[in-house]
Design a protein around this ligand. Sequence first.
Ligand SMILES: [Zn+2]
Length: 323
Amino acid sequence: MYGYKVFHTEIMQNLINAVRKGMSANAYIFYGQRGLGRHEAAKLFASALVCDRQSAAPCGECRSCIESKAGTNPDIIYVQREKDKASFGIGPIRAMIADCQKTPFYAKRKVYIIDEGDLLTAEAQNAFLKSLEEPPEYAVFIIICEQAENLLETVRSRSVKIAFPPVSDSVVRGYIEEKYPDESRLDFIVKYCAGIPGAADEIIAREDFEQLREETLSLVPKLLTKNKVHAYKIAEYVDKHKDNAQEICDMLLLYLRDTLITCMGSGRRIINTDKSDKINILASTYSPQLIAKAADEILFAKKMLQKYIKPSAAVLHAALKIQ
Ligand SMILES: [Zn+2]
């Protein structure tokens, strides 16, 4: 879209139309999961805001548009947390507020794209509030975050909130087909991404992903067979891969889901399309009740992981309960 890789064309067109009509606001919150193109969307929107030809913004031809596309427009400023800090403190925000007092270089507006808004400290947000209450007319702030609720209510109420929800499978498919034309696991990856195109980049880049998938699949019969030794073996495996414990639980849940819907006669709707042979065997070996129980317990284990319970302990607890 206008040379930017965005997935939410309707949302972006509405924002751009408002710019063309001179109806833009001073502050926006772009929120949604990682991998949904929020940064690229912010760049596109910023380019429209600083374009010289408002009624056709982003025209793609004016000096501002060309510099925006190249990432060198001095009137589009990226505000990021300090590299060595885990949170987004007041330092970069103070610098932004000071910069905000200076008029734009050539454009009518000056756009600040604030990344990782979820990490902004309350102190940083309170400092920022002053700018939000009385912004110079030319200033526009775009805060990018995963959840708008992570920002203070006072910041949220002064901003236009733009949600970036997961997209359709066909959008994800189009993205993968264009970027990775030789990918053989297309059907599986499209479904696994669950509406997040950027998740495909991570899966395809990871060398250990397929091995983890294969090994996790071999855990399923162990999980469903009454044998305490198996339960401890599963826990041992999770302990060895504790950094991926969450992912192992997600993979287990998807295998169990696929097995259950195969039991119900809807095998063509499975996500692990490339593992259908093994899933068919599981579906013909175990009862739907047992599979559903296993899914419940793994889901519970996943919740335990979020509460920082030791991964192997959470999974062992689940494995023993299933049996
Ligand atoms: Zn332009």
